[in-house]
Write a protein that binds this ligand. Structure first.
Ligand SMILES: [Zn+2]
Length: 223
């Protein structure tokens, strides 16, 4: 009886439940780039003939050239989602990426910690500035964008629509920035043609991990 008396009265706290659920959905939608919650995001490729390797946050003066060497060794092409200010700092490396037949995508200008809080016009300025830097290198309009931290929200969605950019996510996140080589390689075991794999060309260990992964990828035992 005591329990019934305690639990039966309708607590006003229950009014907060729908709000909690609503905020949880918004949070999930923002954090999960492939949820398609705010923007249409490409997370696997329709081209199922090969792996789609992507590298975020460069160009980096040491790691990016190392990555390029390994890609050449395995005859793989990749997409580098570059940060605009890094292209400004290392234009020669960005040029090398293009000259070796790879693609450069937009990964914002500043990669600010506060990017998710920027208003639409500030996001447009960031993306446009980086698009212009990419156009100076390639002579072509950049059409792809990967949001910093993989976060999408209404302001980012509006900016992307305004600039007519395709948002690119991933189907496999290597976690190369936070996990050790063994763990990353284990995560990559599930990789198959058509997957879009997220790496970072700013992490010292990534070239070695990539080398090992591409060597093992052709080995049937690995898959
Ligand atoms: Zn990033």
């Amino acid at each position: 009886m005591i329990l019934i008396e305690v639990y039966l009265p309708f607590s006003q706290l229950w009014y907060l439940l729908p709000l909690f659920i609503y905020l949880s959905i918004l949070f999930f939608g923002s954090k999960n780039i492939c949820s398609q919650f705010y923007a249409k995001v490409k997370c696997t490729s329709e081209d199922k003939s090969k792996l789609h390797l992507t590298f975020d946050d460069g160009p980096h003066p040491e790691t990016t050239p190392e990555i390029l060497k390994i890609l050449k060794k395995y005859n793989q092409k990749a997409t580098f989602f570059c940060i605009g200010k890094n292209i400004e700092h290392y234009p020669e490396i960005a040029k090398k990426i293009i000259n070796e037949g790879h693609t450069i995508g937009n990964h914002s200008f500043s990669h600010s910690y506060y990017f998710d809080f920027f208003g639409t016009s500030k996001v447009i300025t960031e993306l446009d500035k980086t698009n212009q830097l990419i156009k100076e290198l390639t002579g072509k309009d950049c059409q792809i964008f990967r949001p910093p931290y993989g976060v999408t929200n209404p302001n980012i969605a509006k900016a992307v629509k305004f600039l007519n950019l395709q948002v690119v996510g991933w189907s496999i996140r290597s976690l190369d920035t936070i996990k050790d080589k063994k763990t990353v390689l284990k995560r990559l075991q599930k990789a198959k043609a058509g997957d879009i794999i997220l790496f970072h060309d700013t992490k010292e260990e990534t070239p070695e991990i990539l080398d090992e992964f591409l060597r093992l990828y052709d080995d049937a035992d690995f898959r």
